[in-house]
Ligand binder design. Structure first.
Ligand code: VGL
Ligand code: ZN
Length: 213
């Protein structure tokens, strides 16, 4: 006998999972120098959002969704650092403790990883880096990884709200991805008081959805 239509229809829970399939999670720079209180560019209270980030990672993995981790990954000399003409203390030098993922971050071994700044480039977005001499921008592997998996929407979490999270979210919007950031899954450097609010305003302005996880 022919099955009735309702037998074939996906259950609500299956629909929810299906609708999330094209959503990837981007975990931005949850590294010792930003998150450990001994780190050289410690972001106040960054460790407090790590359990929320881990919950997002675990949900994404249990639904079979793509998780991409970014890492700030600088050479010892780069115009990104104050000692070489930039504004930042030395941080996240490749292959040092400061560049390692924070010990409590749930790192999925089969995930994708994008390292930024490896050739001394500047910039904050997980999608692109900028040559400090020419000012030319070039893409990281991020967009290719997302497109190869048919991703249309990205959830962006991590450090820091006012730099790498913001620039990654803005770049995601520019490239046509629906983009969501979660207030309880990010923290701000706040070089100036209010930078966090300015970053959130800029993201909303660009069409990024801002909410709690
Ligand atoms: C970042 C400052 C310098 C970040 C990276 O991950 O937000 N901030 N380098
Ligand atoms: Zn950096």
């Amino acid at each position: 006998m022919r099955k009735s239509k309702s037998d074939d229809a996906p259950k609500f829970s299956e629909l929810v999972t299906l609708s999330k399939q094209n959503t990837a999670l981007i975990v931005v720079d949850v590294q010792n120098d930003f998150v450990d209180s001994c780190g050289s560019l410690y972001v106040q209270d960054a460790e407090s959002v790590v359990p929320n980030i881990n919950r997002m990672i675990s949900d994404a993995r249990s639904e079979g969704r793509l998780v991409v981790y970014t890492q700030d990954w600088h050479p010892e000399v780069t115009p990104h650092f104050a000692k070489d003409g930039g504004i930042w203390p030395v941080h996240c030098v490749g292959d040092t403790w400061g560049a390692e993922f924070y010990r409590e971050l749930a790192v999925a071994p089969d995930a994708d990883f994008v390292r930024k700044g490896t050739g001394g480039e500047d910039g904050y977005s997980g999608f692109s880096v900028r040559d400090p001499q020419t000012g030319n921008s070039s893409d990281t592997a991020m967009e290719r990884i997302l497109r190869a998996r048919g991703v249309e929407r990205v959830d962006v979490v991590g450090i820091a709200t006012d730099y790498c999270v913001k620039e990654t979210a803005l770049d995601a919007r520019k490239r046509g991805f629906s983009t969501v950031v979660y207030c309880n899954c990010m923290k701000s450097v706040d070089l100036e008081p209010g930078d966090s609010d300015l970053a959130i305003d800029a993201m909303i302005e660009a069409g990024v959805e801002v909410r709690d996880a």
